[in-house]
Design a binder for this molecule. Structure first.
Ligand code: HEC
Length: 200
């Protein structure tokens, strides 16, 4: 009788263990499937964009507080791209911001980004809601795009000249970015896109 009790206990324990291992095996399988799904990249991309936006705008606002537009423009000019590079490294992806109207020449769109920008602008013009999207590029890497819309605070450096953007501030911007095209915007306008590449 005692033996039977032991036998049953062990059988129950083995049964429980087997279910646990099965469960973790199927969980792993699920996670593996997740890694290759659009849903996974949409989630990761959104998180990286949120963290990058927070880092960039936090520093921009601090510089604005310290010395207004001139200080903040200098800050963006010197530290903008290095900050994005360090965020790229931290997240092990390639992060970029790009637009059809460029300020920093290094932000000029690639052919794939230009296509995505054209699609977003067509949707924006049609009054559609702009959502992030994921696609596999020609190199086989996954690219995540998300729209960048302008708020009131952006117009001090991207707004309408002589209205929201002061001439003296723009003179400074032009000195640093002689080819600048990134002005004339109104609040809510589509400024460009985040472009995140998950390099294999
Ligand atoms: C203090 C001035 C200033 C403000 C305010 C500002 N920007 Fe910029 N923006 C710049 C400068 C300068 C650059 C170029 C940065 C560089 O050299 O890397 C830039 C670049 C960009 C770019 C990259 C594409 C390009 O044209 O090079 C985007 C996108 C952008 N800004 C969007 C915004 C948005 C959205 C806001 C508001 C949330 C904003 N900016 C507020 C000065 C500003």
């Amino acid at each position: 009788m005692k033996n039977l009790f032991y036998f049953l206990s062990i059988a129950v324990i083995i049964g429980v263990l087997a279910t646990c291992t099965n469960q973790s095996a199927s969980q792993e399988q699920e996670e593996e499937q997740m890694v290759n799904s659009d849903e996974y990249y949409l989630e990761q991309g959104a998180e990286i964009v949120a963290a990058s936006f927070k880092a960039l705008s936090g520093r921009l606002m601090a510089a604005m507080k310290k010395g207004g537009v001139p200080e903040a423009v200098q800050y963006c000019n010197i530290a903008g791209l290095p900050l994005i590079d360090s965020l790229s490294e931290a997240h092990q992806v390639n992060i970029r911001r790009t637009s059809l109207k460029i300020r920093q020449p290094k932000d000029a769109p690639t052919a794939a980004e230009k296509k995505a920008l054209d699609q977003y602008h067509a949707k924006f013009a049609a009054g559609e809601v702009l959502k992030p999207l994921v696609e596999t590029n020609s190199a086989g890497d996954v690219a995540f795009y998300a729209p960048i819309l302008l708020s009131e605070a952006c117009l001090k450096c991207h707004g309408k000249l002589g209205e929201t953007l002061k001439q003296e501030d723009y003179d400074l911007i032009k000195r640093l970015y002689p080819e600048d095209e990134a002005i004339g915007y109104a609040p809510g306008d589509l400024r460009g896109i985040w472009s995140i590449t998950f390099v294999k």
